[in-house]
Design a protein around this ligand. Structure first.
Ligand code: SF4
Length: 452
């Protein structure tokens, strides 16, 4: 039983460490060729970012804009093509360069037309050398853009996973999350995805929406389960600065402003537990706080591919790239005007041979990243792998933090020796636990970042 007061559960979704808000302009604009020299390149991940959506969801702080006027998608793909050329050249030919997984994310990659998706696949294959038919390829989509012609291109080119953001099967809740959509359109899109034959369907749902009740949450979960998705992601709603809901909350309109933080936290925690229990009882396993997989799912998607030491090549203006020592990307913003400016600057760029914005990852940060990314998985972290990589035990490096996690009841006391694994409470508090492992310098860079 814990004697220490628990912190607030929803602080920060740690899907990548360090977060982009800790990136800064790199004064020396290092050459990619030098940064990639000496790196292992035989199992890289490839990520292509498409920063366009047909609407801007009220909760979304991703790097994306609404619509693409005046051939902007063509100019954007021209730029991705140029970037791919430069990056492939920077990877060199001194050793094997292979991609072990690929993903198209956004934004909404299926905002592109079927022909444009063909071009995107060609860039991945012909420019970068990824064999899309041989590696896991995950693609994000939305109900309105999951059309048969686009899905057929993706299926033909080897997509193994289609992920669709539904958020809620209740129209009024979708409206409350500023994502207007009709249930009938969502169901048609899901039918088209199933007809495409892509083996893994993932459905994203959100809990904590204004007006959502345990009953309506159950309704959404069951509507999703009716499609027997191989994967489900359950996301807590966050209302972040400069998003549609963030702005509305500062003015009038969402019920979240009338609900105290403590009550909203308690409501989200209860909906999380309800969702988790429901999925576990329906034949799913929990892989992390958000991710669930059907136990009998036949094919595994790109998200299974999570080797700690692999490099990442991101193409497109919102994508990050990682070497073992440098994480880099382009500029980042949430505000629509700023995003438009960054995309325009990207499409005008000729020289993609240098890293512009990023953060150096030293040994200490590499240890934190390793611990964070493994500990937040339900299966936990084998301490032997950590020791093999860093030469120390995690308890030596993070004794204070791990003692606190034990005190809070976040670590599973019944775990086998050689394993660090979260308890049920720890998993529920993943978004509070993650930030506790941020380094002081990343923490202060994030705190200094001014949302724009
Ligand atoms: S949540 Fe997805 S569909 Fe909605 S604005 Fe963000 S990236 Fe676009």
């Amino acid at each position: 039983m814990t004697t220490t007061a628990l912190p607030r559960p929803y602080q920060s979704y740690v899907y990548a460490y360090p977060h982009k808000t800790a990136y800064r302009p790199l004064a020396d604009r290092p050459a990619l060729r030098e940064e990639w020299a000496g790196e292992r390149k035989d199992a890289l991940s490839l990520y292509l970012h498409i920063p366009f959506c047909e609407v801007r969801c009220g909760f979304c702080n991703l790097f994306t804009r609404i619509g693409a006027p005046e051939q902007l998608t063509t100019r954007y793909l021209d730029a991705v093509d140029r970037q791919a050329d430069s990056v492939r050249e920077a990877l060199g030919d001194g050793g094997p360069v292979r991609f072990a997984s690929a993903a198209f994310g956004g934004g909404t990659p299926t905002f592109l037309t079927a022909d444009e998706l063909v071009r995107l696949c060609d860039i991945a294959e012909k420019r970068m050398g990824a064999d899309l038919s041989a590696v896991p390829l995950s693609v994000e989509t939305s109900p309105a853009t999951a059309t048969a012609d686009r899905l057929s291109v993706l299926a033909e080119r080897g997509a193994t996973r289609i992920s669709i953001g539904v958020q809620s099967f209740v129209d009024a809740e979708a409206r409350a999350a500023v994502r207007p959509q009709r249930r009938a359109d969502v169901e048609s899109a899901l039918a088209r995805i199933r007809e495409s034959g892509v083996p893994v369907l993932n459905i994203d749902l959100i809990y904590g929406i204004d007006g959502q009740t345990p009953r309506s949450w159950r309704h959404s979960l069951d509507a999703a389960l009716a499609w027997r998705p191989e994967e489900l992601y359950l996301y807590p709603l966050y209302i972040r600065p400069l998003t549609g809901m963030g702005r509305t909350r500062a003015g009038t309109g969402t019920g979240a402003e009338t609900e105290s933080d403590a009550s909203w936290d308690a409501r989200r925690l209860a909906l999380y537990r309800q969702g988790r229990d429901h999925l576990l009882s329906r034949g799913y396993e929990q892989l992390s706080m958000r991710m669930f997989r059907r136990l009998d799912a036949p094919v595994r998607g790109a998200d299974d591919y999570a080797c700690q030491t692999d490099g990442m090549i991101g193409l497109g203006c919102g994508a990050r790239s990682y070497t073992s020592r440098l994480h880099y990307s382009f500029d980042y913003a949430v505000n629509m005007g700023e995003i438009r400016g960054i995309i325009d600057a990207y499409t005008a760029t000729e020289d993609f041979g240098r890293a512009e914005t990023g953060i150096r990852v030293d040994e200490d940060e590499a240890r934190r990243r390793h611990l964070l990314q493994s500990l937040l998985q339900a299966r936990g972290m084998e301490t032997g792998g950590y020791r093999e990589r860093f030469g120390t035990a995690p308890e030596e490096d993070f004794g204070v933090e791990l003692a606190r996690f034990t005190e809070l009841g976040w670590l599973d006391g019944d775990r086998e020796p050689g394993l660090l694994r979260l308890s049920e409470l720890g998993l529920a508090y993943s978004d509070a636990l993650g930030p506790e492992l941020f380094s002081p310098s990343v923490r202060s860079a994030m705190a200094e970042y001014e949302p724009r």
